[in-house]
Design a protein. Sequence first.
Length: 348
Amino acid sequence: MNIGIITGGGDCPGLNAVIRAVVRRALNYNYNCFGIRNGWKGLVDGSIEILDLNSISGILHRGGTILGTSRTNPLKREEDERLLFENLKKFNLDVICAIGGEDTLGVAQKLHEKGVKIVGIPKTIDNDLNATDFTFGFDTAVNIAMEAIDRLHTTAESHNRVIVVEVMGRHAGWIAVYAGLAGGADVILIPEKPFDLDEVSGYIKARHIRGKNFSIVVVSEGAKLKTENLADKDGSLVLSSLSKDEFGHVRLGGIGNVIAQEIEKRTGFETRAVILGHIQRGGSPTAYDRVLGTRFGVAAVDLIRDSKFGRMVALHGNEIVDVPLIEAVGELKLVDLKLYEVAEVFFG
C-alpha cells in the first residue's frame, strides 16, 4: 500500500505531528508513505518523495510543515486535473491522506467522487471546519493570541490607551472568542454578529466613567460592520486586497485599523491597533495540538487499513471518530451565539 500525504492551505502548528504519526502508523502495517510537496500543486507537478523514519525524526515540536503547502486548486484547470491523475498512476499512489481545511478537504471530497481513494484530517487554526469539535492548530493560535492580549494589557494600562487586537478568523470568530475570554478582553467582535461602532465606543466610555482608563478590543479579521460606508461594496467586510486566491477568497485584513480610528474619533481616547496576523500560525504547537494531531494521524491510517475512504477523522468529545468528508465541507462551523453571550457578560 502506497500512501501519499499532502498538507494544503495555510500552515498550521501541529502539521508535522500529524505527518509523523501517519508515517509511524503506516510502517506498523508495512505501508509506504510518500510526501507530496507544496499542497495539491505537488501532485500536479509530480513533486513527490519517499517518507521514512529519518524523514520524520525530530519534527514533532516544529511548526509549519516539512512538506510545504500552497493554496492551489488542482481542479480549476483541466490540464492540472489531467496531470494530477497521471501522477497518481506514475507514483503508484493507492491512497491520499489529505491534511487541510475547508478548501483542501473540499478538493479531497471532489477527488473521492471521481474515484480517488482518500481520507481526510481536519486542520485549521480558525476551528471552522464542520463535523469535528476541534481542529488541531486552534489551541496553539488561541494561546498565542491570549499571550499577546496579556502583554498588551500592561502597555494599554500604562499609557491609558485603547488597544484593538485583530486576530484571524475569516468566517468564524472562534479565535477571537476563546482568546478574548481567556485574555480578559473588554469587547470581542466576530463575523457571526455584525457590530455597531457607536455601541463599541459606548462600552469603552462606560469603562472610563467607572475609572478604567484603558480597554482591550479583540476583533476577528472577518468581523462585519453595520456602518456601510466603512465597509467594502457588500456592506460587510474590510478588505486588504480585491485579488482572490484559487478558491475565490479575497484577502482580509485591516479592520483593526478601521475600528481603532473610529473609536478614537468617537471617544477622544488614544487608540492603537495591533494585527497579530501570521504570528498566530507560526512556532511550536502546544501539547494539546501535538497530541490531537498525533491521534488524528494514527486514526487516519486505521481508516485506510479498514478501506474507509471518503471519510475524515474527527474529535467528538474526547473520542476520535470518523465522518463522511462531505459533512466536513458541506458548511462552516460558526461560533455558537450562546458562547458569545458568555463573552458579552464581560463587555465594558
